[in-house]
Design a protein around this ligand. Structure first.
Ligand code: HEM
Length: 207
């Protein structure tokens, strides 16, 4: 909120601002923990090894799943609870929070995604007033997590200048346009951020 308040209408974010937006990034991380945009991926064993008592021969294909740690109470107590403070301080143990994968094939777009997400959240807060039409809209996974009814939201721009076209609606074959808006960081920090994030993800990953 500090960054949002410090900017006059239309003033752009700079790199320092992005790096100060720690709470917003914690919110985005908590969304990706509860509903990872990608569910997992395949790896090929390059050697025989034993894992948890299971013998894995060289050449086998293995599937790693983000939810096996994201929803494990041993690593994330009360895993169904939305709590961005999990990412404060040192944050989760290594390789337990893996929305971008891990190891040498980890997503190379992670930092770019962080930049996009934070800029998107900032503009949503600064530029729009909005409310959800369906309060408890379900998230479906197909194969990316998206709001089941495409997140219908009546919006009102807070600025005279029109928002960038990418931030006002997404349309794709067979789906209705989504209208959006933003009100306050308090609202965006709660469960609503889940929907906002998926809205963002849809624009980002579905051209
Ligand atoms: C929220 C946004 C994103 C998420 C959640 C995400 C997630 C992932 C995950 C889970 C993987 C597999 C990593 C692994 O196997 O360990 C991956 C791979 C990859 N991602 Fe992303 N990604 C995102 C955005 C991006 C962006 C913005 C780019 C490019 C600008 C990108 C480019 C790639 C590429 C090229 C790979 C393949 C890497 C390899 O196999 O060596 N991703 N991503």
């Amino acid at each position: 909120m500090e960054i949002a308040k410090s900017k006059s209408p239309g003033e752009l974010l700079n790199w320092d601002d992005i790096n100060k937006m720690k709470y917003s990034w914690n919110v985005a991380c908590e969304v990706m923990r509860i509903a990872p945009p990608l569910q997992g991926g395949f790896r090929e064993a390059i050697n025989d090894f034993i894992f948890n008592g299971f013998s894995i021969p060289k050449g086998w294909k293995l599937y790693w799943s983000a939810n096996s740690t994201h929803k494990n109470p041993e690593y994330f107590p009360e895993p169904e609870k939305f709590d961005p403070s999990r990412f404060e301080g040192n944050g989760p143990a290594p390789y337990t929070f893996v929305p971008f994968g891990g190891g040498p094939r980890m997503c190379p777009g992670k930092e770019y995604a962080r930049l996009e997400i934070l800029v998107f959240m900032h503009n949503l807060v600064k530029r729009f007033k909005w409310q959800k039409l369906i309060p408890d809209e379900k998230i479906i996974v197909d194969p990316l997590p998206i709001p089941a009814k495409n997140l219908p939201i009546p919006s009102e721009s807070l600025l005279q200048v029109p928002p960038p076209s990418w931030s006002i609606k997404r349309t794709s074959e067979g789906s209705s346009p989504i209208l959006l808006g933003g009100s306050s960081l308090q609202q965006i920090s709660g469960k609503n951020s889940m929907y906002i994030f998926f809205f963002f993800l849809n624009m980002f990953l579905v051209p």
